[in-house]
Design a protein around this ligand. Structure first.
Ligand code: A3P
Length: 321
């Protein structure tokens, strides 16, 4: 993993030595920082983001754990806030040309050295960002400003399955591979990258309850179940509700179609692109897009174990799946 090592600056390497570490799924080690496990390059970019990021009141942040429907929510939000610039039925809509992760960049996946200021000057207002960082690690500039956060949460059983398939798609061919059971144990115990999953989910869940105008908490399952209802909800939350003419013209339906699993997975233009975020292919982000696929992959003991963890960690919160 030499190329990756080179990205990490000396200052960060020294800092890593002071942190607890665990074996990663991909990287030799992941490091515990502010109660969450990170890969080295991610942590380096996060620290830079925490130090330097200046939020604007108009910023919109899509927060999630990976494999929770982030790509979909980024696309839908982009389509909503830019609908006056780009009609959702436009044949060359940006979402049909660029993967949603390119239009809505992650704060913490920029190849950013510890003291570099991430360059977001190419984004127009309102700026849209993604993050997998927990609520408690967001910089003050975000918490204190009027910018808004939309969080998407997914049933951890499906979240793990999605993670597992993604891992198998992108793991370098010569890397030692984790077994399903080992990956599962680490996920369930909270020792996997960006975990423990409950810390991330609970932080945003509580914040959503405390400050509903700041954080909108959504579930993947709900979004799948009634996409139109939740699109309206998102538009209202962002102070750009659909008007009657738009509703009458079927704008919402067109957006749902534009961002649909099939369209985003199969768009020839999107799949022509060489790399998304410098490492992935467009199709890596689209697998099955269904609720409840865990039943096809879990043994009874896995179901029992993870359900117990969910009950233990999230049971008292009022959040259920
Ligand atoms: P599956 O692996 O279960 O299919 P993320 O975007 O956070 O990486 O999450 C990826 C998951 O969201 C994958 O789940 C993917 O198929 C699903 N997904 C991506 N786009 C979607 C869409 N338009 N509608 C529904 N699910 C989608």
């Amino acid at each position: 993993d030499e190329a990756h090592e080179k990205l990490i600056c000396q200052e960060c390497k020294e800092f890593l030595l002071s942190l607890p570490r665990e074996k990663g799924w991909f990287k030799p080690y992941i490091y515990l920082y502010q109660h969450i496990w990170y890969a080295p390059a991610q942590l380096q970019a996060l620290i830079s983001f925490q130090k330097h990021f200046q939020a604007k009141d108009s910023d919109i942040i899509i927060a999630s754990l990976p494999k929770s429907g982030t790509t979909w929510l980024k696309a839908l939000t982009f389509a909503i806030v830019n609908r006056n610039r780009f009609s959702p039925s436009k044949h060359n809509h940006p979402l049909l040309i660029s993967n949603a992760h390119e239009l809505v960049p992650f704060f913490e996946f920029h190849d950013c050295k510890t003291n570099q200021i991430p360059d977001f000057s190419n984004l127009s207002d309102p700026r849209l960002f993604g993050t997998h960082v927990p609520c408690h690690s967001l910089p003050d500039s975000i918490t204190m400003s009027r910018c808004r956060i939309i969080y998407i949460c997914r049933n951890p059983l499906d979240n793990f399955v999605s993670f597992w398939f993604f891992y198998n798609k992108i793991v370098p061919p010569l890397s030692p591979k984790l077994s399903l059971e080992e990956a599962f144990e680490r996920y369930s115990e909270g020792n996997s990258v960006l975990g423990p999953f409950w810390t991330n989910i609970l932080g945003y869940w509580r914040q959503g309850k405390e400050t509903p105008n700041k954080v909108l908490f959504l579930k993947y399952e709900d979004l799948k179940g009634d996409t139109k209802f939740y699109l309206k909800r998102v538009a209202e939350f962002l102070d750009c509700p659909f008007n009657l003419a738009e509703e009458g013209n079927g704008v919402i339906e067109k957006m749902i179609e534009l961002c649909s699993f099939r369209k985003m997975k199969e768009s020839a233009e999107l799949n022509k692109k060489v790399k998304v975020m410098q490492k992935y292919e467009n199709k890596d982000f689209f697998r099955k897009g269904e609720v409840g696929d865990w039943v096809n992959h879990f043994s009874p003991w896995m179901k029992e174990k993870l359900s117990k963890v969910i009950e233990e960690k999230l049971g008292g919160s009022g959040l259920s799946f």
